[in-house]
Write a protein that binds this ligand. Structure first.
Ligand SMILES: *[C@@H]1O[C@H](CO)[C@@H](O)[C@H](O)[C@H]1NC(C)=O
Length: 160
């Protein structure tokens, strides 16, 4: 999962590298992407900004079109804030769906066995999964509550 699925989720949903604490800061990303500081992210600035994400030109253009909702050829702060909010919601929803599908006995929490069943099927190793499980299990009760699961900084997985 954990590792492969969620890092893919972070990359696909956000399509961007989370800032150092793993949280997306829409305003900071905007300032960074708006290289000439004119208050808009042009198509060229967006291409430069997305350069290291490993996306094709078509994917970058599609992403730009998705964000530029009024189709004026540039991204303003309102559009930028809106897309970050949507990505965050999709990210949370993806986590929730993962949690629910892994919780096979439906007790509202995940045991290591439940997590392993899912993550081994996804191609993760037992040792990697156990390390992540222990990191998410902040109160060390050997179960992952929904709170522990949702508040874990999954953005970090992308760097591993
Ligand atoms: C910013 O984008 C929003 C959504 O497309 C649009 O409604 C608004 O008019 C734009 N504002 C400026 C200043 O371009």
């Amino acid at each position: 999962m954990f590792i492969s699925y969620l890092s893919v989720l972070v990359t696909v949903v956000f399509g961007l590298i989370p800032s150092s604490n793993g949280k997306m800061d829409a305003a900071a990303e905007f300032r960074y992407a708006d290289a000439n500081s004119d208050g808009y992210i042009s198509a060229a600035e967006f291409r430069t900004y997305m350069m290291d994400e490993g996306l094709t030109d078509d994917q970058i253009n599609a992403k730009f079109a998705e964000i530029d909702t009024n189709r004026d050829g540039r991204i303003n702060r309102t559009e930028n804030a809106a897309i970050f909010q949507r990505w965050e919601e999709e990210y949370k929803q993806g986590l929730q769906e993962w949690f629910q599908s892994a919780d096979t006995n439906r007790d509202g929490r995940l045991s290591l066995n439940e997590v392993l069943t899912r993550s081994l099927a996804d191609g993760d190793t037992e040792s990697d999964t156990t390390v992540v499980f222990n990191a998410v299990d902040t109160n060390t009760d050997r179960m992952l509550s929904k709170d522990e699961f949702m508040s874990y900084d999954w953005g970090d997985e992308e760097d591993e």
